[in-house]
Design a protein around this ligand. Structure first.
Ligand SMILES: Nc1ncnc2c1ncn2[C@@H]1O[C@H](COP(=O)(O)OP(=O)(O)OP(=O)(O)O)[C@@H](O)[C@H]1O
Ligand SMILES: [Mg+2]
Length: 455
């Protein structure tokens, strides 16, 4: 091997580096993810850059840096703006959009281009699809402005010079795993290539003050590096998730240097692209069965927005010695814990029952405030007695069966009222905050016992 080059092993899932091949990654505990890559030590390059940087670098007092938070650049898609924390931050930010294959990442970004190209010059760089294929997708979406420029290229050097020459106001990279730099020896999609490409895009974004959106695929196995490798390098990480069989999609911020990470954006995938869902509660509750036992409406706060959702539970006698429990859309261990609370505090005999809990619509919610909803759904199914369908339930359940306070009860009650619910079962301690809300019957409960005595 030539001097200055060495071989290392990278975990393709989390980017952890080892000198030897290992079966299991010591960091992320995934199996069989190590792949050999050859890297250059690059000592000479590093010193020249350092010498030049010392001459060019200048320091500025923080008081003299101008930055106005109102100048966020709106993408025109409200749900995306909300997740970004109000829009794209000026001054060159790097946003990673991750998600399973085929979830709609390219569609979302092309829609951003469609809206923003009305005022700005945008460069869409695709390493996956040809110009014709992009145009076919664009045809489904409608009119596009000529400010949107397409480039089908994977070579980082060429892309860099095109960006420097064209000076667009927004750049989309679809996807980071297809980009390759000639300075790195390993194949496109490997950890060192993905890191190098992200580095180049970061320098371009910060240097030329251009916001850049990067698409990253999430895969566990194979030779393609998961976007987790670059999570710490970018400013914002958005994940696009959803059930393959349902048409809605949820956009979530996992990391955001310029905003909250609690907000979600809800979209529906249609023939002509993604459509914003302005009232997710209504959407989640459509198709709720009437007068069925084991179905309860609960409320979860996603950032500043309350979302009503239906929790379904099915408790049935088990035919085997070992009862089955499943939880879809919520934490499995949490469901087991709540069932243990029911057994101990309510004396319910769940030891010989299978229990299946599901959040309808395939959405994932883990806020503790849905605990009381899960408990009520389980009890309703166990007793085979439906809960009044105009009732909504929220509250956190503790290990001694107490119902604990949750945050923002007024917003939850207001959302329930808006959607026509007539009764709300909530923690007793939250009653003080919401006592002024009129038009909905409020029932404060201190314990699970009190809550299940209501129906
Ligand atoms: N004619 C169509 N009608 C309705 N939906 C369509 C149509 N064509 C594509 N779709 C939807 O668009 C999705 C593909 O979207 P898109 O290509 O944006 O996903 P992606 O996340 O970029 O995928 P990849 O990871 O392969 O790049 C499909 O899964 C499908 O749901
Ligand atoms: Mg795509």
């Amino acid at each position: 091997m030539a001097k200055g080059k060495k071989t290392v092993y990278f975990c393709q899932n989390c980017g952890h580096e080892e000198a030897k091949w290992l079966g299991q990654c010591p960091m992320c505990k995934e199996w069989n993810t190590f792949v050999e890559e050859r890297i250059d030590s690059g000592i000479t390059k590093g010193t020249t850059v350092a010498a030049r940087a010392v001459n060019e670098a200048k320091v500025v007092p923080i008081t003299e840096v101008s930055a106005d938070d109102d100048t966020r650049n709106k993408t025109g898609i409200k749900e995306l703006d909300r997740v970004l924390g109000g829009g794209i931050v000026p001054g060159g930010s790097l946003v990673l959009v991750g998600g399973d294959p085929g979830i709609g990442k390219s569609t979302l970004l092309l829609q951003v281009c469609q809206r923003m190209a009305k005022q700005q010059k945008i460069l869409y760089i695709s390493g996956e699809e040809s110009q014709t294929q992009i145009k076919l997708r664009a045809n489904r979406m409608g009119e596009f402005s000529q400010n949107l420029l397409l480039l089908c290229e994977t070579n980082l050097g060429i892309i860099r010079s095109v960006i420097e020459k064209e000076k667009p106001e927004l750049v989309i990279i679809d996807s980071i795993q297809t980009m390759y730099s000639e300075d790195v020896n390993s194949a496109p999609g490997s950890v060192s290539q993905v890191r190098e490409s992200t580095n180049v895009f970061m320098q371009l974004a910060k240097g030329l003050c251009i916001p850049i959106f990067i698409v990253g695929h999430v895969t566990k196995e194979g030779t393609v590096a998961g976007p987790r490798v670059l999570e710490h390098m970018v400013d914002t990480v958005l994940y696009f998730e959803g059930d393959r069989h349902a048409s809605y999609r949820i956009l979530r911020a996992v990391k955001n240097r310029f905003g909250s990470t609690n907000e979600i954006g809800v979209f529906e995938m249609r023939q002509n692209g993604l459509v914003e869902v302005e009232n997710p509660s209504e959407y989640m509750l459509s198709g709720k069965p009437e007068n069925a036992s084991g179905s309860v409406v609960a409320c979860s706060m996603e950032g500043t927005r309350p979302i009503l959702l239906e929790i379904q539970a099915l408790v049935a006698r088990t035919n085997f010695g070992m009862p089955r429990r499943t939880a879809a859309g919520t934490d499995y261990n949490r469901v087991n814990l709540l069932m243990a609370v029911l057994e101990k505090r309510l004396g319910m005999n769940l030891g010989n029952c299978d229990a299946y809990v599901n959040i309808a619509g395939g959405i994932k919610m883990n806020e503790p405030a849905i605990d009381l909803g899960i408990v009520m759904a389980l009890v309703s199914s166990y007793r085979n007695r439906p809960i009044d369908e105009k009732t909504i339930v929220f509250g956190e359940v503790g290990l001694s069966g107490e119902v604990r306070a949750v945050n923002m009860p007024e917003q939850r009650v207001a959302e329930a009222k808006k959607l026509g619910f007539e009764t709300c079962i909530l923690p007793e301690v939250c009653m003080k905050t919401v006592k002024d809300v009129k038009g909905i019957k409020l029932l404060g409960v201190k314990s699970v016992n009190e809550a299940v005595a209501i129906f």
